[in-house]
Design a protein. Structure first.
Length: 277
């Protein structure tokens, strides 16, 4: 981790849809979405895919006791690591789970009570040791989960909806924008406004422009659209994210070299990567 920065993002899971371990994903990683953002001593986690399990081990080693978890949505790949997040099993720990309010469910607490219950999972959420607080917010709301941290939110174009986030801290900004599908001939104005002037933009780039016509309506975007959005919004760096399950390390390396040419400083996200604004 960058010792000279008190604001950075670390990637713990970068793959979409389903965990993909194996030799073809050993470099960029096969865990599903989980991103850690450190704001001074505060730990923010975005999504609870399978990458949250190894993150939990680091939090325990660092004696972290207070965490805020922000969910883009509750499709399985974004919550399937939660039951194995060992932070949950220590009664000294405090976790606040944030999610955008949706008409399709009554509350985020209701979803987790159904998800973590027999016969799907042997332990109910009431049987965990940590104190867990659930917070449903209105999408579009701006709020401060901790002193000095500002969170901005927008609605994303995804089946059943998703939330895009911007974190502002110490005059810098990191945006987390996944899962979302772009319009064919225009930029998404919600996203443009969210990422305007941002230092780092993490963006759903499941497809390439060439592949996208075969996947219209799936709720995902392309790395080239990420470049176009960042360019139009004056954002500094793009981190290509939410890789297809079948996208090999060799294929991602080609995208990695291309995105850095089109938007200097931009990268394809990989597990363990740390970026600081």
């Amino acid at each position: 981790m960058p010792l000279d920065s008190d604001f950075f993002v670390k990637f713990w899971g970068v793959r979409g849809s389903i965990p993909c371990p194996g030799p073809d994903t050993a470099i960029y990683g096969g865990n599903t979405p989980c991103v850690e953002i450190r704001c001074g001593s505060n730990v923010l986690i975005f999504d609870a895919g399978t990458g949250i399990r190894p993150l939990g081990n680091i939090l325990a080693a660092d004696n972290v006791r207070d965490v805020d978890l922000f969910l883009t949505h509750t499709h399985l790949d974004h919550i399937n690591g939660f039951p194995m997040f060992n932070f949950l099993f220590d009664d000294k720990n405090h976790l606040k789970i944030w999610a955008g309010r949706r008409e399709v469910w009554s509350s985020i607490k209701d979803i987790f009570e159904k998800f973590m219950a027999p016969p799907i999972w042997p332990l109910s959420i009431e049987n965990l040791g940590a104190e867990i607080i659930f917070s449903d917010f209105e999408i579009g709301q701006v709020f401060s989960p901790k002193p000095g941290i500002i969170i901005r939110t927008v609605n994303l174009n995804h089946p059943q909806g998703a939330v895009g986030y911007r974190v502002d801290f110490s005059g810098k900004s990191i945006c987390y924008v996944t899962d979302t599908e772009h319009a064919k001939d225009c930029r998404d104005q919600n996203i443009l406004k969210l990422i305007e002037g941002a230092d780092i933009v993490i963006y759903d780039a499941s497809f390439t422009d060439e592949e996208y016509p075969n996947f219209v309506g799936w709720g995902h975007s392309t790395w080239q659209e990420g470049v176009r959005l960042c360019t139009d919004a004056g954002a500094q760096r793009l981190a290509v994210f939410h890789h297809l399950p079948g996208r090999s390390d060799d294929e991602l390396a080609i995208i990695d070299s291309s995105v850095g040419v089109l938007l200097p400083g931009s990268v394809v996200a990989r597990e363990g990567m740390v970026l600081a604004p």
